[in-house]
Design a binder for this molecule. Sequence first.
Ligand SMILES: Cc1cc2nc3c(=O)[nH]c(=O)nc-3n(C[C@H](O)[C@H](O)[C@H](O)COP(=O)(O)O)c2cc1C
Length: 358
Amino acid sequence: MATMLSSELKSKIDTLKSRAPKIKLGRIDFDTPLLLAPMSAICTAPFRTLMMELGAGGTVSELISCHGINHGNERTRKMLELDPRERHTGLQLFGEDAESMASAARIAESFGPDFVDINMGCPVRKVVTKGGGSALLKETAKLGGFFRTIKSALTCPLTIKIRTGWDDESLNAEEVIRIAREEGVEFVAIHGRTRTQQYTGQANWDYIEGLNQAAVLPLIGNGDLHNYFQVRDRLQKTSCQALMLGRGPLRNPFLFCDSFLREGEASPFTPRDYLEVIEVLTELMAPHYQDRILVVQLRKHIMWFAAGFPGASQFRASLFHQTLLEPTMELTRQYFLSLENKSKDIDPSEAFMTSGHG
Ligand SMILES: Cc1cc2nc3c(=O)[nH]c(=O)nc-3n(C[C@H](O)[C@H](O)[C@H](O)COP(=O)(O)O)c2cc1C
């Protein structure tokens, strides 16, 4: 794939990425054991393509409604499109009924993903009251048939993303994983929280690591890995085969590579590299949005990328008033270039994006 990055940035990425092992989970290959977690309204084709360029081992789309796909909803169908430069990508579907999920999965597969993933972690009321997302964790008696029907519609691998259980009294990931294994699911990604927890408290890594002792399927651990110290530490300790990073790369897009820095080695990425990332993202996103929407979408990424740099809150305040692309980019260039070689400082215990669909 022709890179969109400057040779200088590409060489920093390649050096760090070359330290990571390639992995295979079931039949699915990944470039490294650090994958981008699915995030609604974020993990679109342009953002996934950018993250692959920046060293993600693989990616998963935002959640996509099986009913929207089956009804031929144009906006939903667009969400299934991959960028031709993407590799190791999963399309994630949500829904509650096996037949609708199976027919949507068949359509999703025709868009060429490497795997189709089922969302079994979404805690949002609108989704769970219909029986989808994390509500599926409560219906273990139906799960075998649910997986079987969806799998029979696919030739590509089927994967699932779950939570630890519905609530503390019903931590049942082990049972869900056993059923998934019996039905030929390829791997399981697990966010270490219950549905009831939503995004409060901490991801329960002890529970995830406990599952691994008896793991019958490849497991991907996920939750609260916000900076490269945390990811590196977890990579050393974990018995999961891979980790998924969601919110972390929103503030540090180089997290996939920084996590392979050696003890005592400083991150090679500068504010100028952040600016390059923003310019590449703009190029990737531009064909997909009308100008005004492009600015709104882009602004949110720029604000996250600025987090932790000196003067970020002032910059965010001025950025917020921009509605046109050129002034937005000019302000962004001025800000990131003024930072010279300053580094960012993010407090991982500070609340950041405490709602989502998984
Ligand atoms: C804004 C947002 C949107 C999310 N959307 C999805 C989604 O569409 N599907 C899904 O399975 N998980 C979704 N999640 C959950 C993440 O994939 C991940 O499990 C969670 O954020 C914990 O990982 P992290 O601490 O690395 O962010 C979302 C999370 C956030 C913050």
